[in-house]
Design a protein around this ligand. Structure first.
Ligand code: GLV
Length: 361
């Protein structure tokens, strides 16, 4: 039996966590809905735990890693994004950390598409019209109309796993796709184009759609929908600010399911309010939860801005499945087990869920 001591900053899913206790691990879970204070995380790390399970709400910085030198063997993050983890500090302390890439790709990509549809077709306003008894009769254009997605141009900013999956989910909408990425995957675009051509040949789309890489400037200027799929870094912080928003079409929508700080929210508020863009749908924010005084809560833009509670990966399957091939909880626990039990020859560099492999080359 294993005697590893683990502290989990959150109940990431009972069934997955049970996999640890069944193996003999001593597991302590911070069972509140809110995250634990940093001081508690530090206290647990200083007490000599072997593994720390974290969520994107926990700041796992130099102080935490330094406190773990000599005892902490792994940080297992229950998310694909890890901008809350100081990678350099992890590397200096030679502590591997893991994430849950891949298992949330489809959930996040489909949510981005649904947000796009929601804001463009005014689903929220339509429901309010019914609920508030504003709906008196069928009429061709009163009280509102939406913007049709079919046949438009969708811009995909960032063509990693989620950006590509999002593009794939757009297929049935017969849109043209413009992609921007500092590391273009030309093979992906080539294969995708074959698929678009085949759909046209088979009569499954009315016109031959296209997909291609372009610059972010061109994408912003040409797309009817701009969907963000980039990780948060120094390069992507406020990627969408005043000037970028000015480049977008007045009829275009911005969709963000990646990280909040990629969009300058003050600039976005101004752009929507002044009609420089048609609207936005956001699942992530510069500060989460969205502050009471956020400009995005402005009642004058409520019809054109959809706000969600960092929910893109929030399906039962994706969040909770104990299976590492299906759920974040399962994959998070598996990443922890791999490191602690020395799977893959005990070399973190060979472990599929370890992020900072470079520290172990
Ligand atoms: C969610 O935002 C994640 O990074 O998993």
């Amino acid at each position: 039996m294993n005697t590893f001591r683990i502290f989990s900053t959150c109940n990431i899913g009972e069934e997955a966590l049970e996999r640890l206790t069944k193996r003999g691990y001593q597991l302590e879970v911070y069972n509140e809905i809110d995250p634990p204070p940093k001081a508690l995380i530090l206290e647990k790390v200083r007490s000599g735990i072997d593994g720390l399970i974290t969520t994107l709400r926990d700041a796992i910085d130099e102080e935490v890693f330094n406190a773990g030198i000599g005892s902490l063997k792994v940080v297992a993050q229950d998310a694909v994004g890890f901008d809350n983890i100081d990678r350099e500090a992890a590397n200096q302390c030679k502590i591997p950390f893991t994430n849950t890439a891949e298992v949330l790709t489809d959930a996040t990509a489909e949510f981005a598409l649904f947000m796009l549809g929601c804001v463009s077709r005014k689903l929220y306003s339509s429901e309010l019209i019914v609920r508030n008894r504003v709906w008196k009769t069928w009429h061709p254009f009163s009280p509102i109309l939406g913007d049709e997605v079919t046949g438009k141009t969708v811009g995909v900013v960032g063509t990693g796993r989620i950006g590509k999956a999002f593009a794939a989910k757009c297929l049935g909408l017969e849109v043209d796709l413009l992609c921007a990425d500092p590391f273009p995957d030309e093979a992906f675009v080539k294969d995708f184009q074959k698929l678009l051509d085949l759909r046209f040949e088979l009569g499954l789309s009315k016109k031959g759609n296209t997909i291609r890489y372009t610059t972010i400037e061109n994408l912003l200027g040409s797309a009817d929908y701009v969907s963000l799929h980039v990780p948060l870094s120094d390069e992507t912080y406020h990627l969408i600010e005043e000037h970028a928003l000015h480049k977008m079409k007045k009829t275009a929508y911005l969709i963000n399911s990646s990280r909040g700080p990629i969009v300058d929210e003050d600039a976005l508020h101004a752009a929507v309010k002044q009609g420089q863009i048609a609207g936005a749908a956001l699942d992530v924010f510069e500060t989460e939860p969205l502050p009471e005084d956020s400009p995005l809560r402005d009642s004058e833009i409520v019809e054109r801005v959809r706000l969600f509670h960092h929910f893109a990966s929030g399906t039962r399957e994706t969040r909770l499945s104990p299976d590492p091939e299906i759920g974040m909880a399962g994959r998070c626990v598996q990443g922890l087990i791999d490191v602690l039990e020395g799977n893959y020859g005990g070399n973190p560099n060979n472990m599929p869920f370890v992020v900072n492999k470079e520290a172990f080359e």
